[in-house]
Design a protein around this ligand. Structure first.
Ligand SMILES: Cc1ncc(COP(=O)(O)O)c(C=O)c1O
Length: 402
């Protein structure tokens, strides 16, 4: 399914609040924070020449977030950044003076953090980031996971010392339970999705993602003409599209949001013209994208700066993992988890469809940018889907479980 953006706000610049969250100054702040993180290094940007030729586009660049901060996904940038910002704010309140990120590892800041518990619901990657951020500053973390989250993913979060809480039901049920228990216990919810009157913290999470876009703009030989980004609640798509619109203005690329057909909450929201909660269908293999309601902040940004919305099917996600694992020509092999290559899967579908090509003005001179949003964050499942031995995956998973 494919849909051009027809929202009345389409092409308006991002709302001033979102511009402050996602603009260049905000991204610089995140990059400064990252210099205080171990394992901080730019993730690789690869060019897929052979695939570009095959699809009839000028160039495809793919940023490989499997290598992000030793966590295996771009999510490492968001939750942990939000946690540290909240801790710095609490330290400022307690000390009665401004507290700079340079003080992140001081006894004063750790003392403020020690009394804080951060909580969130997760499909896996966001919780890992929140737990890692909490561990970094000495706060406690309580992470809520729904029935579909694999034991491997739970173990990968627990490794950061987080308290793990299983919730019967879906991701949405785990979001509701995290909010309920946190309100009871005085914990701070650090969610990657937003709802009415809960926008600031998810905004900080999205702000964390902007560092990836700034980094990509430095690595790319030229700004892209087209960008395809996958969506769960839409946070990363909005951060990328919003930052590109703010940084590049009229020169911003055509931006396409890609949803799994089985969890197409952004697509259906775009079709309805307002945020909608969609019905659950069968679970999607694109586990990190299995969300049934968009983030309000994300939608506010995307309604203005996304140009189109589309869906891909289960087999597209598996095919793209295999295509990246065993590339054509001299293209590099890339380890993409189940949700990692979905933006590229969207490009592959779009490029094969003459109507979509025409609608997006996608042609042999287009410079396309996509993000491999995760490496093999669930190595066993990855191995099964690409027909590899599980023990071979750890080596190529971009440090997912480092
Ligand atoms: C690997 C990966 N890709 C994409 C997404 C989608 O991000 P968002 O929910 O912000 O749309 C997620 C979310 O958890 C993810 O873990």
């Amino acid at each position: 399914m494919f849909l051009l953006n027809q929202h009345p706000d389409y092409r308006k610049p991002p709302d001033p609040v979102d511009a402050e969250t996602l603009g260049t100054t905000a991204a610089e702040k995140v990059e400064r924070y990252l210099t205080y993180r171990d394992n901080n290094a730019p993730t690789p940007l690869h060019i897929l020449r052979a695939l570009a030729a095959k699809l009839g586009v000028g160039a495809i660049h793919i940023k490989d977030e499997g290598f992000r901060l030793g966590l295996g996904s771009f999510k490492a940038l968001g939750g942990s950044y939000a946690v540290t910002q909240l801790v710095l704010e609490e330290a400022k309140r307690q000390l009665g003076r401004p507290v700079d990120v340079a003080e992140l590892h001081t006894p004063e800041v750790h003392a403020a953090a020690a009394a804080m518990t951060v909580a969130c619901a997760t499909d896996g990657n966001h919780g890992r980031s929140v737990a890692q951020g909490a561990q970094l500053v000495g706060a406690r973390a309580a992470i809520f996971v729904h029935s579909g989250v694999s034991d491997e993913r739970v173990a990968a979060i627990a490794r950061f010392g987080a308290q793990m809480i299983r919730v019967e039901g879906t991701y949405d049920d785990s979001v509701a339970e995290a909010a309920r228990v946190a309100a009871q216990k005085g914990w701070i919810v650090v969610s990657d999705t937003s709802w009415p009157s809960y926008e600031r913290i998810p905004g900080l999470v999205m702000q964390g993602y902007t560092a990836m876009v700034r980094e990509a703009l430095r690595q790319l030989p030229e700004p892209p003409t087209h960008v395809f980004v996958q969506a769960g609640v839409g946070g990363v798509a909005a951060a990328v599209a919003g930052h590109l619109a703010l940084a590049l203005g009229d020169q911003r690329p055509t931006f396409v949001v890609v949803d799994p057909a089985r969890a197409a909450c952004l697509f259906e929201t775009a079709r309805a013209g307002h945020p909608v909660k969609i019905d659950h269908s069968e679970p999607t293999i694109m586990a990190m994208l299995e969300c049934y309601e968009p983030s309000l902040v994300a939608w506010r940004v995307l309604s203005r700066v996304a140009d189109a919305f589309m869906t891909v099917d289960e087999e597209d996600a598996v095919a793209v993992m295999n295509r990246l694992a065993r590339p054509v020509g001299d293209d590099p092999a890339i380890v993409a988890g189940e949700s990692g290559g979905v933006g590229l899967a969207g490009l592959i579908r779009a490029a094969a469809d003459p109507e979509i090509r025409a609608a997006l003005d996608l042609n042999e001179v287009s410079r396309v940018f996509v993000i491999n949003t995760e490496g093999a964050t669930d190595p066993e499942r990855y191995a099964k889907l690409v027909g590899m031995r599980p023990d071979a995956v750890a080596v190529t998973s971009g440090g997912a479980d480092a």
